[in-house]
Design a protein around this ligand. Structure first.
Ligand SMILES: [Zn+2]
Length: 417
């Protein structure tokens, strides 16, 4: 039976969102948490963007070191040969790519303004796929941007051309959040059957249906005999109204009525990481988790009205579909409310050593030299993130100082092109 795999795109769609961003260290933490959670793949950034290079190369090094264990790191580029070549020039060890190109007449006419027709789109895409294989890629996904506004016959023609050139998967992008669960089911079912490749669902929330469309699309793909890959972001952060929320998508697959009996996740996903990754992303993006966010919102397990409170006290299952413990939430959280020493860009070694020795970080330095070296890295990390570093980031810097240095190094206008 075909399965559902999760491809998290927080580090691509999430960070390209207007008014929001993550530091390279924060992006790295997201990859580490996704790995610990058992997520299949992270679209970890933009290989052709100069300021991403050190971060992308450093994260591929974390894979080589075994620090990132099973998570597949994949980069997003445009489906043109020049982008493929630049990607491999900047990120020589990149193994997995998704190549993106617009397929709808609206975008072909509205964006390319007569410079390209449908056949040109297919030619660009297949040439880019060929180039990626020639450069040594291990998997090549092809993204049909604005697929939901693309005529089905052309979408299938596009998918078959990609398949002919060895593409690993086709990403069906509901770029504008235009689909509904019924329309996406029909389309992805037909695509899976006619193209005969695994299909990725990339859904947006402009009409409030990103998660519903994702699982309906996945059902369509699996009913069509192929594996389905759902694109998610942590806390649903993404362009405009956002993407399918990672935690809500896992809950919808595993907890909704009857769905999980036939349509199941591939691999082991550890839901108990949910609260941690959501809280971290909220802090890093500077975007509060909505009070009514599924699973991780402040009200997700709160009960006040008489009948509900009485009912849940007698048996939680009266008013809760799943337990808060499953998401890694605790009944109580300890918050420091008295004296607090923070690590920042102007910290000195004494305060920093104290912060690092606290239980949450748990790092004791061997020597003053080591403390000074890690402190210098923490200062630079703070310069880039503009807010106190979390215990996870502090610990990471202390454990992998060489990688941290790479992540923190960005020199504008320094070299080629
Ligand atoms: Zn998107």
């Amino acid at each position: 039976m075909s399965k559902i795999y999760l491809v998290d795109v927080t580090n691509r769609d999430g960070v390209q969102t207007a008014k929001l961003g993550l530091s390279k260290l924060e992006k790295t933490m997201i990859n580490l948490f996704l790995d610990q959670m058992g997520i299949f793949q992270s679209e970890f950034g933009f290989p052709t963007t100069r300021h991403e290079a050190n971060y992308l190369n450093a994260n591929l090094e974390l894979v080589e070191m075994g620090v990132i264990d099973s998570l597949r790191l994949e980069g997003w580029i445009r489906a043109i040969v020049a982008d493929v070549e630049l990607a491999f020039a900047r990120i020589p060890k990149i193994k997995h790519l998704n190549l993106s190109i617009s397929t709808s007449d609206q975008m072909i006419n509205g964006k390319f303004q007569g410079r390209k027709n449908r056949q040109d789109i297919i030619n660009d895409m297949t040439a880019a796929v060929d180039a990626a294989w020639a450069k040594g890629a291990e998997s090549v996904g092809v993204n049909a941007e604005d697929a939901s506004r693309t005529e089905l016959d052309y979408l299938i023609e596009f998918g078959l051309a990609a398949k002919e050139h060895g593409a690993t998967r086709i990403r069906y992008c509901d770029t504008l959040g235009y689909d509904n669960p019924f329309s996406i089911y029909d389309t992805t079912h037909a695509m899976a059957k006619e193209i005969g490749l695994p299909i990725e669902l990339h859904c947006h929330g402009d009409l409030g249906m990103a998660v519903a469309n994702s699982i309906a699309g996945a059902k369509g793909v699996i009913d069509g005999g192929q594996d389905a890959y759902i694109n998610t972001t942590v806390n649903g952060i993404g362009e405009r109204a956002g993407n399918a929320d990672l935690v809500a998508t896992i809950l919808a697959i595993t907890k909704s009525k009857g769905f999980g009996e036939k349509y199941t996740l591939g691999g082991e996903v550890d839901l108990s990481m949910a609260y941690k990754i959501s809280k971290f992303a909220s802090y890093a993006f500077g975007v509060p988790i909505p009070i009514n966010q599924p699973g991780v919102g402040a009200n997700a397990f709160a009960h006040e009205s008489g009948i509900h409170a009485d009912g849940v006290l007698k048996d939680p299952e009266n008013y809760e579909l799943y337990g808060f413990e499953e998401l890694g939430r605790r009944q109580w959280e300890i918050v420091e409310t008295g004296r607090e020493i923070c690590a920042g860009e102007y910290s000195g070694v004494s305060g920093f050593t104290y912060v690092m020795s606290k239980v949450a970080v748990g790092k004791t330095f061997e020597s003053r030299e080591e403390a000074n070296r890690i402190l210098e890295l923490a200062r630079y990390a703070n310069v880039l993130s503009h807010k106190p570093l979390t215990e996870y980031e502090l610990r990471f810097i202390a454990d992998y100082p060489d990688i941290a240095k790479q992540l923190l190094t960005n020199v504008p206008l320094a070299d080629e092109d």
